[in-house]
Design a protein around this ligand. Structure first.
Ligand code: ADP
Ligand code: MG
Length: 259
């Protein structure tokens, strides 16, 4: 079955304050959607709420992945169902090596009785690390500990490539990357494009979209998607910034306000 991800009327609060004010979005397998927007407009909140971060309380709406209700699932079940999030600020976990983490994540996703053998896992991991121009030394380091910003982002893409998710959410995967690293990350993403997989790429800048061409571009302000279009929308935002969108829609303060 081709992937179908649908977010309907999603509202979420943090510490009692409403941040997401009704998000509607449909992503089909094969499509790349970009969400762009100024800081503080709720983009990362959307990513975290979709993944099931306990700090964010969903108060209204539905999120379906191939007719399965994601909001009824815990974080690990969402991952098993095929949702993947590369976080804007990946966590460091001391005491767990990157390869141990990856292997248990892959095996959890594959399910009992279908685990990957150690040899196959290592072969796959090293192959993908090579594609991402990562030193295999990173397999044995503690997860993200002491990784530079760019190394963390590459490591998120490594996880994505190995986990073979159905819906990929990348939150500012481009931040902190120099142009060479950006190209490598983009190539990793492009290599994973398929009819079975949909992407939601959250980015502040248009530059990533020079390397990953989106099918749809959405602008987020005040916890809502306020404008949608094609790749030309990202170009206009790059050239003219966000002020024209605010003027067009009569928005004075684009953020969701201080908590
Ligand atoms: P963006 O990713 O678009 O920059 P965020 O979703 O990170 O925006 O933040 C939107 C609003 O929600 C901001 O006002 C931010 O301060 C608030 N917020 C997000 N996460 C938290 C949190 N964990 N604790 C308190 N406030 C938060
Ligand atoms: Mg953010």
């Amino acid at each position: 079955m081709s992937t179908q991800f649908s977010i309907n009327g999603l509202k979420a609060t943090i510490e009692g304050k409403e941040i997401l004010k009704g998000i509607n979005l449909n992503i089909k397998g094969g499509e790349i959607h970009a969400i762009m927007g100024p800081n503080g407009t709720g983009k990362s909140t959307l990513a975290s709420a979709l993944m099931g971060h306990p700090k964010y309380e969903v108060t209204e709406g539905t999120v379906l992945l191939n007719d399965e209700d994601l909001l009824e699932m815990g974080v690990d079940e969402r991952a098993r169902a095929g949702l993947f999030l590369a976080m804007q600020y990946p966590s460091e976990i001391t005491g767990v090596t990157n390869s141990d983490f990856l292997r248990s994540a892959i095996n959890a996703r594959r399910g009992e009785g279908n685990e990957l053998s150690l040899i196959k896992f290592i072969r796959q991991m090293e192959g993908k690390m090579k594609e991402l121009e990562m030193n295999t030394e990173f397999a044995h380091r503690y997860l993200n500990e002491g990784f530079s910003g760019g190394e963390k982002k590459r490591n998120e893409i490594l996880q994505m490539m190995l986990l073979d998710p159905k819906i990929v959410i990348l939150d500012e995967i481009d931040s902190g990357l120099d142009i060479d690293a950006l190209k490598i990350v983009a190539a990793g993403v492009n290599s994973m494009r398929s009819e079975e997989r949909g992407f939601l790429i959250i980015t502040h800048y248009q530059r990533l979209l020079n390397y990953i061409t989106p099918d749809f571009v959405h602008v987020m302000m005040q916890g809502r998607i306020v404008k949608s279009g094609g790749p030309e929308l990202a170009e206009r935002l790059e050239n003219e910034g966000y002020d024209w969108v605010k003027e067009e829609l009569g928005i004075v303060d684009e953020t969701v306000g201080q908590v």
